[in-house]
Design a protein around this ligand. Sequence first.
Ligand SMILES: [Zn+2]
Length: 534
Amino acid sequence: MGAMSTDVKTIIRGGLVFDGLGGSPVAADVALAGERIADVAPPGALDGAAAGADRVVEAKGLALCPGFIDAHSHSDAYLLLEPSAASKLAQGVTCEITGNCGASAAPRLPGYNLPSDWAEKHYPRDWTDVADYRKALKEARPAIHSRMLIGHRTIRSAVMGLEPRPASSEEVARMVRLMDEALEQGGAGVSTGLIYAPAMFAGREELVALARCAGRHGGLYATHMRSEGAGLLEAIDEAVAIAREADCPLQISHLKTAGKSNWHKLPAALDRIEAARAEGLDVFSDRYPYTASCTDMDVLLPEWAGQGGNEVVYARLADPAMRARIADEIRAARPPEYWEGVHIAFTRQKGFAGRPLLDYARTVGLPPPEAMLHLISADGPGTMGIFFGMSEDNLWEIWSRPWVMGGSDASIRAPWGPLGEDHPHPRAYGTFPRLLAASRTGGEAAKKGISMAETIRKCTSLPAARFHLRDRGVIRQGAFADLVLFDPETIADTATYARPHSFPTGIRSVFVDGEIAWKDGKPTGIRRGRYLAP
Ligand SMILES: [Zn+2]
């Protein structure tokens, strides 16, 4: 028909519109033209235009809000593999910030090995630097947008391998050059994962230099801190000091108080962050709405035993005397009841994914630390653990702070295909609907005074501003039409620790750049996701 891109194509009529800025929702009709919102008008005002529109979506009884922006994701590699992005799109996520916790899919420099869960998958093609990753992403045509942080571990291993020591000044200078190039090509900033080997050996000079580099490019310093438990307060002090010295905005990743003996530290942790903010420092955080974390099972190894890369670590575990010493150290570092909170996520041992480690321990007839070592040795690299160690009340207290945004800490999955065999944390499928459900009357967020409108702000305009996603995260004339149409009464997560591959309820349609990418529980096949760089 030769319609101009400014012509109204879709009218979403009669919905309750949350604009993403946190104010009370209003009844309005929304017109979309091309990839943007053409008009937001009082109910009925667009009826004339509706006659000429290609599509009228009746939204009576439903709510419309901007697409959710997942501020903390790990989908960089998997977006190439499962471009339907099903587990995220189904939640209403239209953009992810990837490359968190120190490891990004690019640049792939000599010396850098992708994390084992990524490395063992088969991709449509290989890629090299950030520019080439962006090309590969474009070819894959993902259903949702993304922007990637550049991992510290990614860059560090190219300069100094897996050496467990701080970098020399000359090595720091080389890291900064590589980081500069990656950020020049569109990286959103630098991420660190300071609990992981050998990133934990990075000293102040190294981290400040990389954060300063990120700041120069308008990016931020996102950190999975050195400790989220016993050393939490010191870790916050370090992160804030690095950001101050580097003159770089700070994002504290998945803020938590890990371990019951550290739950009481929350007020002190929040005070420290709020004092830094009051001083004018640019500090924000993200959080997922669950009380269990999920990461590689081998983070339980004593610091020395986890160094040297997979080959060295697994050789250590194969030596009986060494293994006994490692088990003793693991036991000594934790109270006996700790093990009740450890579940197995991904494993190659049939029938144990999603089950308590204690079940496995009984089956193999070993005490928990020995059973854990038995399991990871039998699996080879890749065993994932789910660790119950957080307080529900602290979670919602953290969420109630206006500077905390929604972040799943999960990569995309799908109930089908190569990612369907995995056993992820339920946050991969449930994070955003769970946050919204908690803000309904009587919900945990609502009890802390957080309305659905405020929850939506924390999942839309707040991360959009944080990561410089221009004209996103808001419903207004001229903004991109990334939208979620949902039932505010029924929106909820359904994924559980036992059955994680389960789509949420209450999401009617998800629009990405003006087109419906997800409808009534299924992808439509329209994939308009882009890499978003300013
Ligand atoms: Zn992390």
